[in-house]
Write a protein that binds this ligand. Structure first.
Ligand SMILES: *Cc1c(COP(=O)(O)O)cnc(C)c1O
Length: 456
């Protein structure tokens, strides 16, 4: 076998072209073979089909059809968020333009740990992070692998400023990555303030901050993962200021409301945070990973400074080579900035805002359909693009069984949540192409199964 071609360099594009045709054909074939939002049969059948298709993964002699075979198998066995009935998680269908940009990022493979691996990519990342930080009313931002890394970094930066006794105070509605980050960083046990109404109650927060010895880091949420609710940010910011607490806002879900003229005001108070988590692989339509941590004071990033002579020698830095190592706790790092930057520029603020508006409209429509159907109960009017509902009168075991049956049949992918202790089905609508008829069909699948479960 001759030496395989490379993706970059003068011959890269001509080597890639036929391979891309194979990938696109395989995506089309696999998607057609699946024929729905996810492969039927459940884990055993999906795994068996994949193993059959792959065969020997490390044969002695290479297989020239490997690309086509594996991509076809992956597409056939995918949960496809571009299918309107794939609506369980904050798992978005990526925009074609973002994925095309990501191909270029892979081909050029700049690594953001030193300027001599990423001359233009590092300059683009700097432009992107400032642009997005300014949208949030903050000064700078770091690119991360997502909300989890952003939340961890926010706790790390807070600990470096306030010491190892820093206590995280968060709502019970907060993302699990926040208490986990406290554990990871060896901070005191975090305190979860109960959130019976789904959002952080300023009175309960005030009481917790008064009772607990500081220093405190308060984590508020803009867009809870389960219900899409936004904590009362201005009230929380005022309390943090009064108690001298540091404020982190996890806006992994709702952050892109900043692009929407209709909904932007709901993030009022975001700019009072010391740090803000943003995640453009949710409402942002990026392929994973596309996270950011925005910071109000760029000096807060100083603890991330790191010296490694081979990457950022003092004399190189003195001579004007940008020092990138302090922009992440990672070393080798993909240029995730490219796909995000391309998306911002290609769609513009209004284009992104329109996508946000559309999926929020879809959620309202789905809630209307649920509310109008006596066979279904609606948990609440949606705040973002998440709708919680359940078959009227069904026990939790039936709700759980309906969700798994839809998964196993490959008919629909719905999530689940227990906002009030009861089990609800969760539809997280992130597909701007979804039509009203798709939502009607989604509910019809649920009501048909619920009828089957109802005792005669
Ligand atoms: C999704 C989510 C996260 C975690 O983000 P990842 O990108 O999955 O790491 C954190 N916080 C909230 C509110 C989220 O919805």
């Amino acid at each position: 076998m001759s030496t395989p071609p490379l993706a970059s360099g003068p011959h890269g594009p001509s080597a890639l072209r036929p391979l891309l045709h194979a990938v696109l054909d395989a995506l089309a074939d696999g998607t057609r073979a699946r024929g729905g939002p996810l492969p039927p049969g459940g884990p055993e059948q999906v795994t068996a089909r994949l193993r059959d298709a792959v065969g020997d993964l490390l044969p002695e002699q290479g297989d020239p059809d490997a690309l086509r075979t594996l991509v076809t198998a992956l597409a056939e066995g995918a949960a496809d968020p571009a299918d309107p009935l794939c609506a369980a998680h904050l798992h978005c269908p990526p925009l074609a333009v973002a994925v095309a940009a990501d191909l270029a990022a892979s081909a050029l493979n700049p690594s953001l740990d030193s300027w001599d691996q990423a001359p233009a990519a590092s300059a683009l990342e700097a432009l992107l992070t400032r642009t997005l930080a300014r949208q949030a009313g903050l000064a700078d931002a770091l690119v991360t692998t997502g909300g989890t890394e952003s939340n961890q970094l926010a706790l790390l930066l807070a600990r470096e400023l306030h010491g190892a006794g820093l206590r995280l105070v968060h709502g019970a509605n907060a993302h699990h990555s926040l208490p986990r980050a406290a554990w990871l960083l060896g901070l005191p046990d975090p305190v979860a303030v109960p959130t019976p109404a789904g959002t952080l109650d300023p009175v309960a927060l005030d009481e917790a901050l008064t009772r607990l010895p500081g220093p405190h880091l308060v984590a508020a949420t803009a867009g809870t993962t389960d219900a899409g609710l936004i904590d009362p940010l201005p009230d929380i910011a005022a309390l943090c200021a009064a108690h001298g607490a540091r404020l982190h806002i996890d806006a992994a879900y709702a952050g892109p409301l900043l692009f929407s003229d209709t909904h932007r005001a709901r993030l009022t108070g975001l700019d009072a945070a010391h740090t803000v988590t943003l995640d453009l692989h949710k409402l942002g339509w990026q392929p994973v990973a596309a996270g950011l941590l925005a910071v109000r004071d760029p000096a807060d990033l100083t603890p991330l400074q790191q010296r490694a002579d081979y990457l950022n020698a003092d004399d190189d830095t003195d001579a004007g080579l940008p020092d990138l190592l302090g922009r992440s706790p990672r070393t080798s790092r993909r240029p995730d900035a490219l796909k995000i930057a391309v998306t911002l520029k290609a769609l513009g603020r209004s284009g992104l805002g329109a996508l946000v508006d559309q999926v929020l409209d879809h959620a309202r429509h789905l809630a209307d359909l649920v509310a109008a159907d006596p066979a279904l109960d609606l948990y609440d009017r949606p705040a973002l693009s998440t709708v919680l509902f359940r078959p009227a009168g069904a026990p939790d075991t039936t709700v759980a069984a309906i969700r798994r049956r839809l998964l196993t049949d490959g008919r629909a992918v719905l999530g689940r949540a227990r906002p009030d202790g009861r089990l609800w089905l969760k539809a997280t609508l992130l597909n701007p192409h979804t039509r009203p008829a798709d939502l009607t069909r989604l509910l019809a699948h649920v009501t048909a199964l619920a009828e089957g479960h109802t005792p005669a």
